[in-house]
Ligand binder design. Structure first.
Ligand SMILES: [Zn+2]
Length: 561
């Protein structure tokens, strides 16, 4: 339009000088949208950021473009929905499927955390807190998800379009190419998402993009280099060999998404190449069992097996020959906790993959209790162990630990192999950036601890001569006719009145009723009347509470009517 200026704003609302809480708000003249909406994870100070209100009104967000299913990128979508967001969430099909298990699982954790906190508050007489969101909120929010294939350009309207490119980090992960036209001028942004590694098994290499005006890139390992993957796998196999020879078991704590599948893939290779040929000669190996003991990892593995279209071409050839990539004969999936407890009692030699990856909860704790004291067993850590977690205590060499209220001496052999990471290291990040044919105007560095981002910024400047900026959390940039104008920080979040809060709550109840009606329409006679009646009762009670609040506010003359 004549006389109009290019005028867009981007706000960095998470994962700035941090590795979690990814969220970028983009505002143009006609639209407001988010790239990712992830949970903050880490120490108490960082986790508390999840409880600060969004610095925008969720109901005003038109849509979300989601890079991948990891909870630090997707985990606040149910909260966004709970607080009034009703737009589409665009992502790839595997990301949508993985979110359908990850988000309800996160809802369950939120409910359990709130319950534990409320037990404490009950004793100290403090008011109760609500969970960040519930399993139900998470399930309901999934209705907003829309799957888009890689390489397919989506035109939101005549001014905004985007395209997903494979980022090779986890199944379905993407980088986002984003075109924004304003005042007759077009500008292209590139959001890296989390970038994977080159030449890792079964996923494709990250796709490099040829052009962009501005780039927002992650820097998780911006200052480091990984040990070569194949070397790490060799070491992994030799630890397993040694452990089995001395009659011990192998315990591998692993994250449900990607790391568990990487390990299953490698164990499949181990079985086919090193166990199968010896089975007839070595009795011990005959009875060897492999267990995947985590309901979330089992569900994720199923999704991987159903999405082989996104595996690297090399693997498709292997599969054509009838070989399964994420399954092999002695692999057992233990779904129930009863079956899980039976594993430890079995006399067979075994290799167990279990969650959580940092050992601060979940079934892994049983396996640690049953194996840490045994000098014949090995515990192999294949992922990052954050400070304060049980995993960190074990890898840092503690001699005895309290596990499930039992003091356990640590005599098993402990290994920490960090070469299994699914994040690109410094060289791989630079390789990805070098895919750009022309230098971008600026590279914004996000998703890294302060030091990693700073080292990486220096490295880009020195090796590629590109200008960089490391945004602070809450910083907004205004892009006006190709000029970047740095604006201040958003500090106070979204200050809303009590009435706004009530209006949102009533809007939410309205949406729940419409979902219930859809349920009734489609499930017919199979619908459990009792569940439905209870749900309606609960919603009506909440509505009554809200109406009371409105009355009170009117009486207090807070609102002019
Ligand atoms: Zn990730």
């Amino acid at each position: 339009m004549k006389g109009e200026k290019y005028n867009m704003k981007i706000s960095f609302l998470g994962a700035n000088r941090l590795v979690s809480g990814s969220c970028y708000l983009i505002q143009t003249k006609y639209k407001k949208f988010l790239i990712d909406c992830g949970l903050f994870r880490g120490n108490e100070l960082i986790s508390r950021l999840n409880y600060t209100p969004f610095s925008f009104r969720p109901e005003e967000i038109d849509f979300v473009i989601l890079t991948h299913a990891h909870i630090d990128h997707s985990g606040r979508i149910p909260q966004l929905y709970k607080e009034g967001f009703e737009g589409n969430v665009y992502c790839t099909k595997p990301t949508m499927e993985l979110c359908s298990i990850m988000l309800p699982d996160s809802g369950q954790i939120q409910e359990e955390d709130a319950e534990e906190e409320n037990q404490r508050r009950l004793r100290s007489g403090e008011p109760f807190i609500e969970p960040l969101y519930s399993i139900e909120d998470a399930l309901d929010s999934l209705l907003l998800f829309r799957a888009v294939p890689y390489q397919y350009k989506v035109h939101i309207d005549e001014n905004i379009s985007f395209r997903f490119q494979d980022a090779g980090h986890v199944l379905g992960s993407s980088s986002i190419e984003l075109w924004i036209r304003e005042g007759g001028k077009e500008c292209k942004w590139l959001f890296s998402g989390d970038i994977g590694r080159k030449n890792k098994p079964f996923l494709r290499n990250p796709q490099r993009i040829k052009e962009a005006d501005y780039v927002v890139i992650e820097s998780t390992y911006g200052a480091r280099k990984h040990r070569p993957y194949r070397k790490e796998v060799k070491k992994f196999f030799s630890i397993i060999d040694k452990t089995l020879k001395r009659g011990g078991d192998v315990i591998i704590p692993a994250f449900a998404l990607q790391r568990s599948q990487d390990i299953i893939y490698e164990l499949g290779q181990y079985y086919n190449l090193q166990v199968k040929p010896l089975k007839g000669k070595d009795k011990r190996l005959k009875k060897l069992r492999f267990y995947l003991d985590s309901p979330l990892a089992i569900a994720a593995t199923k999704i991987y097996r159903n999405n082989t279209q996104d595996f690297a071409r090399m693997n498709l050839k292997i599969m054509e020959k009838g070989n399964q990539l994420l399954d092999f004969q002695p692999l057992r999936l233990t779904r129930t906790s009863k079956a899980s407890k039976r594993i430890s009692r079995s006399k067979r030699r075994k290799i167990i993959i279990s969650a959580s990856g940092m050992c601060d909860g979940g079934r892994i704790q049983y396996h640690l209790r049953d194996n840490l004291w045994n000098e014949k067993s090995s515990i192999i850590f294949v992922g990052y162990q954050a400070e304060g977690t049980l995993g960190r205590k074990i890898v840092s060499g503690e001699k005895s630990l309290d596990i499930m209220e039992e003091m356990i001496d640590i005599k098993a052999e402990i290994y920490h192999l960090d070469g299994f990471s699914s994040h690109a290291d410094q060289d791989e990040l630079l390789w990805w950036l070098k895919g750009l044919k022309e230098k971008p105007k600026k590279v914004f560095i996000v998703h890294g601890e302060k030091q990693e981002s700073e080292v990486f910024a220096k490295c880009i400047k020195e090796k590629l001569s590109i200008d960089t900026h490391i945004p602070a959390i809450g910083q907004t940039l205004l892009l006006q006719d190709n000029q970047i104008i740095y604006q201040g920080l958003i500090k106070d979040g979204n200050k809303e009145t009590k009435l706004d809060e009530i209006a949102r709550s009533i809007g939410k109840i309205k949406r729940k009723f419409s979902l219930l009606l859809t349920d009734m329409e489609y499930s017919g006679l199979e619908l459990d009347r009792e569940i439905l009646v209870n749900k309606i009762k609960k919603q009506l009670e909440q509505l009554q509470g809200d109406i009371k609040q409105v009355k009170k506010l009117i009486q207090e003359n807070e609102i002019e009517v």
